[in-house]
Design a protein around this ligand. Structure first.
Ligand code: PHE
Ligand code: ZN
Length: 889
């Protein structure tokens, strides 16, 4: 067991390991309750470590059987062993071989870290610190070794045996019912990338020829009977491999690449070298069972894990503080891949939506932390939106600042210089500085300072001087542990839009720091002046969301309306409408905003709604626009976005009501256009998951929902027909959710029909659970409580828990934050129960409380009581105790 209240780990305390491991030879004899692991570690003292240091290895819940040094059994006096560490007290200061035998119980492993069983399949999860649950080892990413793994199991129980690297041997164990396979991975790697799998699995396989003509065998392994649903993942894998060659010059480096889909997994997927292990939700898809969003996620996550082969595996992290080095960069890479495969503007809009809803919320609350944290108590709690999504934004800004070519030159140098190493963020940035002759010292603050920078931009046209001036002010808000901050380097992409809707040429005045069309903001206050501006333009600021900041401007509603119709930058065209909607929703929620993005001085409620309807109506009728883009334009800001904009004293019921009535107003006012869009985008053939077809469905379904939000009988009937005639999960599930939210009378029958049809399909049942947890009515809590006792639900499966309880807590603001506190209490008790079984999943669920301080007093009080109840819980895991302490801190 680990210490429940461990000392914080600090970045500044880093020192190199005292001992290095060159080779790891594992012999794993799989057994459901008693798996025996024998490891032979080829070790030597690290010249950079402390001379004469003992060998200290990490362990977790291990049972030690024996230790030998250079083949000779080591007596008890030679070492000190506990379940959490093994110390070789006075080792010779020479290369040596340490042999350790341990036993572990995979079927008792409910944390799903280390070696565990998922529906009868043996699998492993080692990141971040799970390898120490398989054997004693220096469990840190800067110890790189070459692994050879022999796996042995009952032929019947596990006919398929997989490891990292290439298979070098296999056969039956003579005189037994067992067999074995030996896998060798020639690339030195940290232990968090180790994996093995044993089970009864079906497989699909395809060849891939790399850019230089090497043949790779690709395999996807799934539960028996599910191979028919792995085709899209295979297709996405091949496209990812080609794309990485073409765009980053990265080629695959083993003879095989395997993916295994398992039903019980704490996260999305894991990039183990040559053997990715996936949550099956991100592998399995068929038109009948997966939505367009599922297909898009599969494509993105298959790509993400594959891209880690270079950004994460070939170059790994020196320590866990550098997590963003692999994650932020790899998210950026998968975003770019999806942008190239689909619509770039729509992908950008979706990514920014996600960033705002998850990362901005994190940055605004007690769990805020830098992209590269300086301290942690539990590393599992730092797989966050900040490390991943904001980390990707920082890489994107680097590209904006250095241009396409400069960015690629930096990446090339990074691969060249650090291949085979465990690197740091500083080393990464130095490659870009060196390749471009750039000074990135101020830019590096993006890794160190937490919180979302606020940027205020006021534009002024000087008719006499024929110039346009933008006054920019940046403010860094205090965040936990960071009361004072320095000004940052902020790239603001800019356009000055003329009356005809076209961009004016940008002619910077002397001394104005603009690189092309990007303002480079570096000081707390700074002005940028452009010459030869004959008429008052409308500035389009932070185009493409070039910097992850909270922007406020002096644009009037008419200006936003103009941008919503004319901006050539699709992101800002979308954003202009969102800003108008948000301004209306904040005031309609009946509370004074702390600061609204749109500051239309005279814009009262109705004027704003009229402007918004006009803007959305124009987009809806514009046949030159991509339907997927129009669907994004039509979707009003989320309840969470509105709450964040309001900032304090938040009343989720008022927000919900305001949002609902805006959608009803849109449904009524835009009805003719919505009806036309619904008709125009009716399916014209068999389902295909491609982006264009998905975009048409997205718009058609958005229209369906806006019309149904009026509650008119004809609209509900349309939704019911849509549900009953759908030939794919996207349409069927969308219609079901429209019914669930807008048609109380039709709801139960539809939910039941859906359940009966898909009852044997856990991934579809997750959708059914999630939807019921999201209904904004007081009966929901009792329904969720009942569903926890439904045979389809299990506290042991992370996907079920996230679908039901996770969605209740994170995607049902009115019911989670019920004024009577029952929602908070329910989630608190679920966290406590779950913590005994799976601390990582429990801690993540607890993250739903992250914005509790911005609630109005009654709800704030009940959230605090729930948090204190958790804090007082007996025997909390380090995961939950860390989150609860920071949430209350
Ligand atoms: N490294 C994985 C990814 O982002 C995420 C992960 C972390 C999976 C920890 C499991 C455990 O690709
Ligand atoms: Zn990753």
């Amino acid at each position: 067991m680990r210490d429940a209240d461990p000392q914080p780990v600090r970045l500044t305390d880093y020192r190199p390991p005292d001992w290095l491991v060159d080779t790891v030879d594992l012999d794993v004899r799989l057994h459901p309750q008693a798996t025996r692991v024998v490891v032979r570690l080829g070790m030597r003292p690290n010249p950079l470590g402390r001379p004469g240091a003992p060998i200290v290895l990490d362990g977790d819940e291990l049972e030690l059987k024996s230790v030998a040094l250079d083949g000779a059994p080591l007596a008890g006096a030679g070492y000190a062993a506990t379940p959490s560490s093994l110390t070789i007290l006075a080792p010779p200061q020479d290369p040596l071989v340490l042999t350790i035998e341990t036993v572990l119980d995979p079927s008792a492993n409910t944390k799903l870290m280390g070696l565990y069983c998922s529906s009868g399949t043996y699998c492993t999860q080692c990141e971040a610190e799970g390898f120490r649950r398989i054997t004693y080892f220096p469990d840190r990413p800067d110890v790189l070794a070459v692994y050879t793994t022999r796996i042995e199991a009952e032929c019947e129980e596990a006919p398929v045996l997989l490891g990292n690297g290439n298979k070098v041997d296999s056969g039956d164990v003579e005189g037994t019912t067992r067999h074995f396979a030996v896998w060798h991975d020639p690339w030195p790697k940290p232990c968090y990338l180790f994996a093995l799998v044993g089970g009864k699995l079906d497989r699909i396989t395809e060849p891939f020829v790399t850019a230089t003509g090497k043949e790779v065998e690709l395999g996807i392994y799934v539960e028996p009977g599910k191979a028919g649903r792995a085709g899209y993942a295979m297709d996405a894998l091949k496209r990812s491999m080609r794309w990485d060659e073409e765009v980053f010059g990265c080629e695959y480096d083993l003879d095989v690449f395997n993916i295994v889909a398992v039903a019980d997994f704490n996260m999305g997927a894991m990039e183990n070298k040559g053997l990715n292990v996936f949550n099956d939700k991100y592998v399995l898809a068929s038109p009948e069972t997966a939505t367009d969003a599922d297909y898009a996620n599969i494509e993105a996550i298959i790509a993400h894990e594959y891209f880690h082969n270079w950004t994460g595996n070939r170059i790994t992290c020196r320590d866990w503080f550098q997590l963003c080095l692999k994650e932020g960069l790899t998210v950026f890479r998968d975003q770019e891949f999806s942008s190239d495969q689909r619509s770039r503007p729509v992908k950008r809009i979706a990514d920014v939506r996600l960033l705002k809803s998850h990362q901005f919320a994190e940055d605004a609350g007690p769990l805020a932390h830098p992209v590269r944290p300086a301290t942690y108590r539990e590393i599992n709690n730092f797989y966050t939106a900040t490390v991943y999504e904001k980390g990707a934004e920082v890489v994107r800004m680097l590209k904006t600042l250095l241009s396409e070519e400069g960015f690629r030159a930096g990446m090339d140098l990074y691969f060249d210089r650090h291949d085979g190493q465990a690197a740091t963020v500083e080393e990464f940035l130095t490659c870009f500085a060196d390749a471009n002759g750039a000074d990135l010292s101020q830019f590096a603050l993006w890794y160190a300072q937490s919180g979302t920078p606020q940027v205020e931009v006021n534009g002024h046209w000087d008719a006499a001087a024929r110039s346009y001036r933008l006054d920019v002010r940046q403010t860094q808000v205090p965040t936990p542990g960071q009361p004072d901050k320095q000004p940052m380097l902020i790239p603001l992409a800019l356009g000055l839009v003329g009356a005809d809707g076209r961009d004016l040429p940008l002619v910077p005045h002397d001394g104005t720091n603009a690189a092309g069309s990007v303002l480079v903001v570096s000081r707390p206050e700074q002005s940028f002046v452009f010459r030869d501006v004959e008429a008052r333009p409308v500035p389009s600021i932070n185009r493409g969301f070039s910097a992850p900041v909270k922007l406020t401007t002096n644009l009037a509603s008419e200006d936003l309306l103009f941008l919503a119709r004319h901006d050539t930058d699709p992101f800002n065209r979308f954003e202009a409408g969102q800003t108008l909607a948000l301004a209306h929703l904040v005031s309609a929620s009946g509370l004074a905003p702390e600061k609204t993005s749109a500051g239309p001085p005279s814009g009262g409620g109705t004027a704003l709604v009229e402007a918004l309807i006009e803007a959305l109506g124009a987009s809806l009728e514009d046949e030159t626009l991509d339907p997927a883009f129009i669907a994004q334009v039509l979707s009003v800001p989320s309840e969470g976005d509105i709450a964040r904009e309001i900032g304090s004293e938040v009343d989720p019921d008022a927000i919900h009501a305001a949002r609902r009535s805006l959608r009803r107003a849109l449904g009524e006012a835009l009805r003719p256009g919505l009806e036309r869009a619904y008709g125009r985008h009716a399916p014209d053939g068999a389902y295909s998951p491609d982006a264009v077809s998905a975009g048409r469905r997205a718009l058609r379904n958005a229209a369906l929902e806006l019309m149904a939000s009026t509650g008119e009988a004809a609209d509900i009937a349309r939704a019911l027909a849509h549900f009953e005639t759908a030939d794919n999960m996207t349409d069927r599930f969308f219609a079901l959710s429209v019914l669930a939210h807008h048609a109380p009378a039709e709801r139960d029958a539809a939910l039941d029909a859906f359940y009966q049809r898909f009852r044997d399909d856990p991934l579809v049942i997750d959708k059914w659970l999630a939807l019921q947890a999201q209904i904004a009515e007081p009966e929901t809590l009792e329904r969720v409580r009942e569903l926890t006792r439904h045979p389809a639900f299990s506290m042991g499966n992370p996907n079920r828990v996230r679908a039901l309880i996770g969605n209740f807590a994170a995607a049902n603001q009115t019911q989670f934050h019920r004024p009577d506190g029952a929602g908070h209490l329910f989630v608190a008790d679920a966290v406590l129960e779950l913590d005994r079984r799976n601390p990582q999943v429990a801690a993540r669920l607890l993250g739903a409380f992250k914005s509790w301080r911005s609630l109005e007093p009654t709800r704030r009080g009940s959230a605090e009581r729930a948090l204190r109840r958790i804090a007082d819980g007996p025997g909390l895991s380090p995961d939950v105790s860390d989150i609860v302490a920071r949430s209350l801190g």
